[in-house]
Write a protein that binds this ligand. Structure first.
Ligand code: AKG
Ligand code: FE2
Length: 247
């Protein structure tokens, strides 16, 4: 995995005073994926202690479910727990043939505090819905996918906050039609080209307790992401992905 983050300064967060994290952990790091796609990462959006409070609250109060979804035409139980929050009056989300019940922000008020922390570091960004995931150990996962449902528009911004057990988050470039199969668009041997592209077109992040990762621009059109199974992991991870549904 080869990538270099570039640090940019973060808007002042007055409430971060007295936090146990260093300035470095609070910096926004940006990764330009090319062609108008970017990833941002802040290792410590929320303090370590606050993050454990949020973890405990979410773990015990959210009405987690493990729905049956359709993947490649087959029914299967989603390999993680989930819950969905949306502002009133939005289009209904459907993914993998599943229509989650939409709870409101007022049902779980601490979610509004987490959203506020996200909005403080992303001024100008808007979010009106949230998918929560709970991974109860290393067998729970999310397979390769893009959050490219039409209701998010062509360049959705997805802000992902993680609590609890660290897990690996992978990004890989979607296969480009013009470089698939046997065609040699640039005269280079096929296997050499594939090898080269697999080196530069994959990224891996270890998502820390209290961290924020943001995908924006064309990241859903041009890239896939996943949280793979990890044999030795036993602890639970909770992840919140804030999104904006076009109104
Ligand atoms: O758990 C994560 O970090 C990613 C979750 C995700 O990709 C999703 O909810 O669409
Ligand atoms: Fe996703």
């Amino acid at each position: 995995m080869s990538f270099k983050f570039k640090s940019v300064s973060q808007p002042k967060n007055p409430e971060a005073k007295g936090d146990d994290g260093s300035q470095k952990e609070k910096q926004i790091k940006t990764l330009d994926l090319g062609n108008g796609s970017q990833v941002l990462y802040i290792q410590r959006l929320l303090s370590f202690d606050d993050s454990w409070k949020f973890f405990d609250y979410l773990n015990s109060h959210i009405p987690w479910t493990r729905p049956t979804i359709r993947v490649f035409g087959r029914s299967c139980v989603q390999p993680r727990d989930t819950c969905y929050i949306a502002s009133p009056g939005l289009q209904q989300l459907i993914y993998s043939g599943y229509k989650p019940h939409a709870y409101t922000w007022d049902d779980y008020p601490p979610l509004k505090d987490i959203l506020e922390a996200v909005q403080r570091v992303l001024p100008g960004s808007r979010f009106n819905s949230l998918l929560l995931n709970r991974y109860k150990g290393g067998n729970d996962n999310v397979g390769w996918h893009a959050d490219d449902e039409k209701l998010y528009g062509p360049t959705p911004e997805i802000a992902s906050v993680s609590f609890g057990c660290e897990r690996e988050f992978l990004l890989k470039k979607r296969p480009n039609k013009s470089s698939q199969g046997d065609r040699r668009s640039d005269g280079e041997p096929v296997n050499k080209r594939l090898k080269k592209s697999s080196q530069v077109d994959q990224h891996s992040f270890t998502l820390k307790h209290g961290s924020l990762l943001v995908m924006r621009g064309y990241a859903q059109r041009d890239w896939l992401h996943s949280v793979p199974k990890r044999a030795k992991v036993e602890a639970t991870r909770i992840n919140l992905t804030f999104r904006y549904i076009l109104e």
